[in-house]
Design a protein around this ligand. Structure first.
Ligand code: I24
Ligand code: DGL
Length: 269
């Protein structure tokens, strides 16, 4: 039965595990097959065409795993490839940009919305397009913060240093009016407390992981694809990079032990 097939979740590396954690919480009966392209991470500084190519390769791999749905958990990949992927595959495809945008639209009172993300995400204009398609009167400030992914991935725990990097990264948008700020990158929720400090408590931070898991739930229900039978589904995690390093970060983040397999995409097919 198709509903017992897994949900395929892809990301440029480990950041998409924020979406996995929410899917585990909101949809505990669903089996997950995660693909983290850690060998080619980060996607943020790469040209859109390259990110599109990488994303399509991963989608092809996930299709060989018989997934019933695909979640593009990476903002940069969603910006570069969501439309193309949707055109190519017959199963439902969800990105992280629409759910995050809808959350901001639901929250804003002034119509002034900020978006921060990688260079690729911001340059694509995908958030503006999505937001303005729903409400053309919104006032959107979008800004790339290329230092924040390296900050999170450095594993630095020194709060003074984190504060300093976050403050510098956000300086240019501090005089912009906004009542909502979309964290348009997988990694930003991990430093949201520092971002909140810098932008002030009057600005509501919106992250897409929770909203994306809810969108997944809605679509599975609507398409009659919710898994009704599984109780302890066996999840699979693929990484193009180092298995032990991936496993260490993922297990710490998810709070459970997982099975991780190395994969070389050039050897698939
Ligand atoms: N957090 C992230 N990426 C890393 C890291 C981290 N190292 C420490 N912490 N490294 O992303 C990325 C490069 N690696 C990835 C694995 O393969 C080799 C290359 C954010 C994690 C999002 C779930 C800090 C850290 C951690 C565990 C949980 C959360 C966290 F170790 F911030
Ligand atoms: N996952 C990416 C995103 O959400 C951040 C890391 C990267 O640049 O690959 O945009």
């Amino acid at each position: 039965m198709e509903e017992q097939n897994a949900i395929g979740i892809l990301d440029s590396g480990v950041g998409g595990l924020t979406v996995v954690k929410e899917v585990f919480r909101q949809l505990p009966r669903e089996k997950i097959i995660y693909f983290g392209d850690t060998a080619r991470c980060p996607y943020g500084p790469r040209p859109a065409e390259e990110v599109k190519k990488f994303t399509l390769e991963i989608v092809d791999f996930l299709l060989t795993q018989n997934v019933k749905m695909i979640v593009i958990a990476c903002n940069t990949a969603t910006a570069a490839a969501l439309n193309e992927v949707k055109k190519k595959v017959k199963i439902p495809v969800v990105g992280v940009i629409r759910p995050g945008s809808l959350a901001a639209i639901k929250h804003t009172r002034t119509g002034e919305i900020g978006v921060i993300g990688t260079e690729g995400t911001i340059q694509s204009g995908a958030y503006e397009k999505t937001l303005k398609q729903i409400n053309p009167n919104l006032n959107i400030t979008s800004y790339a913060c290329p230092t924040l992914v390296p900050l999170v991935e450095s594993g630095i725990e020194d709060e003074t240093m984190i504060r300093q990097v976050v403050k510098e990264a956000l300086q240019p948008i501090l005089n912009q009016k906004m009542d909502s700020l979309i964290l348009g990158c997988t990694h930003y929720p991990l430093i949201s407390q520092y971002i909140q400090e810098v932008v002030g408590e009057q600005v509501k931070l919106l992250s897409s992981a929770e909203e994306t898991a809810r969108e997944v739930s809605t679509i599975l229900h609507y398409q009659n694809l919710l898994n009704q039978t599984e109780n302890h589904p066996k999840h699979l995690f693929y990484t193009t990079g180092d298995v032990d390093h991936f496993k260490q970060i993922a297990e710490k983040w998810l709070g459970r032990t997982i099975e991780v397999t190395h994969i070389d995409l050039s050897k698939v097919k």
